[in-house]
Design a protein around this ligand. Structure first.
Ligand code: ADP
Length: 174
C-alpha cells in the first residue's frame, strides 16, 4: 500500500493527475501561495465554479473540501480544501488538518478519482509547523488508503526544500 505514496519537489500546477488539491481559504475566492498559483495557471473557469459553490453553500469551512474543474491545468479537477490557521496548537488545528486530507481523499473516492496530488496544506501563510503537518498528512493518508482501495496514487508535492526533506524522511521511515 505504501507504494501508492509518491513524493515530488516542485510546482503542483504542473502535475498531471486526476485531481490536484488546493490549499484554499474559506472564501474560495483565491489568495496567495499555492492558491494564487493554481488560479493563475488554471484560468478563470476555476474561479467561476468557486463562485457557484459560494452561492450554494457560502464558502468552505476549515477542514472541508469542494471540487471544481482544473481549467487549463494538466489535472482534471481541483479539490479545494481549507487548512487551519496555526494558533499555537490548542485550537483543534491537528484534527482540522487531518480533516483536510480525509475529506479531500473522500471526495476523490466519491468522484472515482484515482490519482491525486497534495501540497503541504497550512504550512505557508497559515503557519502550521512543518514537521507536525507532515506527520499528520502522511498518517492520515496511510489510514485512509488502508480503508479505501480505489485510489491508486497520492503524490505529496513539496515546494520548499524543508518540506521535501521532512517528507523524504517520513516516507522512508514508514
Ligand atoms: P496555507 O495558507 O494553507 O499555508 P500556502 O499556499 O501559503 O497555504 O502554503 C501551503 C504550501 O504550499 C506551502 O508549503 C508553500 O510552500 C506551498 N506552495 C506554494 N506555491 C506552491 C506551488 N505552486 N506548488 C506547490 N506548493 C506550493
Amino acid at each position: 500500500m505504501n507504494s501508492k505514496l509518491k513524493l515530488l519537489q516542485g510546482d503542483i500546477t504542473k502535475i498531471q493527475v486526476d485531481a490536484i488539491v488546493n490549499a484554499a481559504n474559506s472564501s474560495l475566492l483565491g489568495g496567495g501561495g499555492v492558491d494564487g498559483a493554481i488560479h493563475r495557471a488554471g484560468g478563470p473557469e476555476i474561479l467561476a465554479e468557486c463562485y457557484k459553490i459560494r452561492q450554494r453553500q457560502g464558502g468552505c469551512p476549515t477542514g472541508e473540501a469542494v471540487i471544481t474543474t482544473a481549467g487549463n491545468l494538466p489535472a482534471t479537477y481541483v479539490i479545494h480544501t481549507v487548512g487551519p490557521v496555526w494558533q499555537g496548537g490548542d485550537k483543534n488545528e491537528a484534527e482540522l488538518l487531518g480533516d483536510c486530507y480525509r475529506n479531500s481523499l473522500q471526495l476523490a473516492v466519491d468522484k472515482d478519482i484515482r490519482t491525486i496530488a497534495f501540497p503541504n496544506i497550512s504550512t505557508g501563510i497559515y503557519g502550521y509547523p512543518k514537521a507536525e503537518a507532515c506527520r499528520i498528512a502522511i498518517t492520515t493518508t496511510v489510514d485512509f488508503l488502508s480503508a479505501h482501495q480505489t485510489i491508486e496514487a497520492v503524490t505529496f508535492v513539496c515546494f520548499d526544500e524543508e518540506n521535501f526533506n521532512l517528507y523524504k524522511k517520513a516516507l522512508a521511515d514508514l
